[in-house]
Design a protein around this ligand. Structure first.
Ligand code: F6R
Length: 609
């Protein structure tokens, strides 16, 4: 939700801000803008639409300065327009602000400020911050920001500059992430690590209630009362190459092809093929505590929720621990019936999703302990949890989650086997067999990826369809949800994911020759049931595509088309069935000319409620 970049130093500032914004564009892309200062005046450029438009508008203009801020927006208050694009100014036109988040009491503040003769020119909540800083400005931007943020209710990451304070950016946060990159005679501010990796790997994460005064040779931290805070930099191992397309047409395609490596990275060093043991000491929760867990609640949104559903199947089947998977956005308003033997597991790629964070924070008031599954080290969710199981997927730039979904399932598989081990639920033989099968998954995904061209040809047949049904049961039901989610979010084709057995309770009415069905049917405990569901569709002249094991002969004359996948343990089939569905959605969207990496109306990290 919105991306912020800031730079102070001696390099050519426009390319730094523009390239930085491009790396943040997945966070929001309704409009964009920059402010560049040199101590005498402020130069602002803003456009409705994507960063490309901003870049084009700057091509013939040479803006120079030594400090500046930029913003890419995902609109909440005020429609996307040049006027509502950030940065926003105060009445004196000497203070400029960019903001990520929502100011809940902005109407109240705006009224007071209007009564005090401040003039507003936009519909945004952000503009009140610029005017509040103006109100409190008395030769110190730092103290004006301090006073202003104390009046704000909501969540915000802001960066502010003044033309009266050369080479100074003041940043503050409550909620959305802010990271500071430390350079040599230059420093950076960003909403995430991606833009910084090109300049520095020495990073400081700002915590809620903290602010920083960033100058070329120093960064000073304090709380909102002005008490100074000592913070040390961390060295980040992600490399700049990870956030480049490396020859792929889209990030999404690159990320789909990275999946074998992502699974290897997520399981490597954490399993023993000889003993079947899972090593999870890194999570820092003692085995004695885990042994007492009698219930798990997985809290997540979107694709991470779907991964949670697969996790539930694995955990319940292997370890026998009752597991609920809840939508964070709903759960946060429920009654939190948890006790100290309940393990809360937030699952989140970004670790910043506002609903997941809020539901998780409320749940840990009653549950104990908690374990976050996150892809971003040091993210808000991982900082709140007792333990963290990192998915080593690397940065995911495509807005539609792909590789992180598989990485989350891999982390949940490790957890399921670990719980099964400590509860004595798996025989040594089954344990080792499972481990060996898990280790083969990356190779089996590679086999599917080698057939990407065939999947593209199949996708070609469906580019003009308007509706799709995805059916699966048991461990394949979440994959039906995920397949449908991928198709709808990147191609804008209406798609529904359903449990096969529920079809007859309503959706079957939709079946006709214009409504194809994608069936996910590995050989598992519900295989025969799924065959019956297929026959219900065929009887009603529906077209059926199936993702099935390659040794499955029976399916061949039951459906219209089969996408074969290698055979695996039924519980691990989601790792394989997902991949053709990702490719299918990708190719349909790409052939339709959709903006695959930045689908309309979406943003990658949803840091507002
Ligand atoms: C879909 C997608 C979203 C996210 C959801 C949760 O492709 O990416 O549904 O899965 O917004 O995000 P995280 O995992 O960052 O909490």
């Amino acid at each position: 939700m919105c991306g912020i970049i800031g730079y102070v130093g001696n390099q050519d500032i426009v390319p730094i801000l523009i390239e930085g914004l491009k790396k943040l564009e997945y966070r929001g892309y309704d409009s964009a803008g920059i402010a560049i200062l040199n101590g005498d005046d402020i130069q602002i450029r803003r456009v409705e639409g994507k960063i490309k438009g901003l870049e084009d508008s700057l091509r013939d203009e040479k803006l120079t300065g030594t400090y500046g801020i930029g913003h890419t927006r995902w609109a909440t208050h005020g429609r996307p327009s040049e006027e509502n694009a950030h940065p926003h100014r105060d009445c004196t036109q000497s203070i400029v602000v960019v903001h990520n988040g929502i100011i809940e009491n902005y109407l109240e503040i705006k009224k007071t400020l209007k009564d005090e003769e401040h003039k507003f020119v936009t519909e945004t909540d952000t503009e009140v911050i610029a005017h509040l800083i103006e109100k409190y400005y008395n030769n110190s931007l730092e103290s004006a920001v301090q006073k202003a943020v104390k009046e704000l209710v909501g969540n915000f990451a802001i960066s502010a500059v003044s033309k009266n304070e050369k080479d100074t950016i003041v940043t503050a946060k409550v909620g959305p992430p802010t990271v500071i990159g430390l350079g040599d005679g230059e420093n950076f501010i960003s909403s995430d690590l991606n833009p910084l990796l090109f300049h520095t790997q020495e990073i400081i994460f700002l915590e809620d209630g903290e602010m920083a005064v960033v100058k070329p040779d120093s960064v000073r931290f304090s709380d909102f009362e002005g008490n100074s805070i000592e913070k040390t930099a961390e060295h980040i191992s992600w490399s700049p190459l990870m956030v480049e397309k490396q020859g792929y047409k889209h990030f999404m395609l690159k990320e789909i092809f990275e999946q074998p490596q992502v699974i290897r990275d997520t399981i490597s060093g954490r399993i023993s093929l000889d003993t079947g043991k899972v090593f999870l000491e890194e999570i820092g929760i003692p085995e004695s505590t885990l042994k007492k867990i009698n219930r798990i609640v997985i809290i997540a949104c979107g694709t991470s929720y779907n991964a949670g559903l697969v996790g539930k199947c694995m955990i319940e089947t292997l370890a026998g621990v009752p597991t609920d998977v809840v939508y964070a956005s709903e759960y946060r308003y429920e009654d939190f019936i948890l006790d100290k033997h309940t393990l809360a597991i937030p699952v989140s790629q970004s670790g910043e999703t506002a609903d997941t964070l809020a539901a998780f924070k409320s749940s840990i008031e009653k549950s104990n302990p908690s374990l976050a599954i996150c892809n971003v080290q040091n993210s808000s969710i991982s900082r709140v949890a007792d333990g963290v199981l990192l998915t080593h997927a690397g940065p995911e730039i495509g807005v539609a989650a792909t590789k992180t979904f598989l990485a989350q399932m891999a982390a949940l598989a490790l957890l399921a086997i670990h719980f099964a081990n400590i509860r004595g639920k798996l025989s040594p033989k089954d344990n080792i067999l499972l481990m060996k099968e898990l280790q083969l998954i990356p190779h089996k995904i590679e086999e599917i990826l080698m057939r990407a061209k065939e999947i593209e040809e199949i996708a070609q047949l469906f580019v003009s369809h308007s509706h799709f049904l995805y059916l699966g049961r048991w461990a394949s039901f979440p994959i039906a949800l995920e397949g449908a989610l991928k198709l709808k979010e990147i191609s804008y084709i209406h798609a529904e994911g359903y449990p096969g057995g529920e079809m007859k309770h309503g959706p079957i009415a939709l079946i006709d020759e214009k409504m194809p069905t994608m069936v996910i049917i590995p050989k598992d405990r519900v295989y025969d049931k799924m065959l019956s569901n297929i026959s219900e569709i065929k009887t009603r002249v529906g077209y059926v595509l199936a993702v099935a094991f390659e040794d499955d002969q029976e399916i061949l004359d039951k459906v219209d088309k089969v996408i074969p996948i290698p055979v695996t343990h039924p519980l691990f089939s989601p790792f394989l069935t997902t991949v053709p569905l990702q490719l299918f959605a990708y190719y349909i969207a790409s052939i339709r000319g959709a903006d695959v990496d930045q689908p309309r109306n979406l943003a990658k990290s949803v840091t507002v409620e």
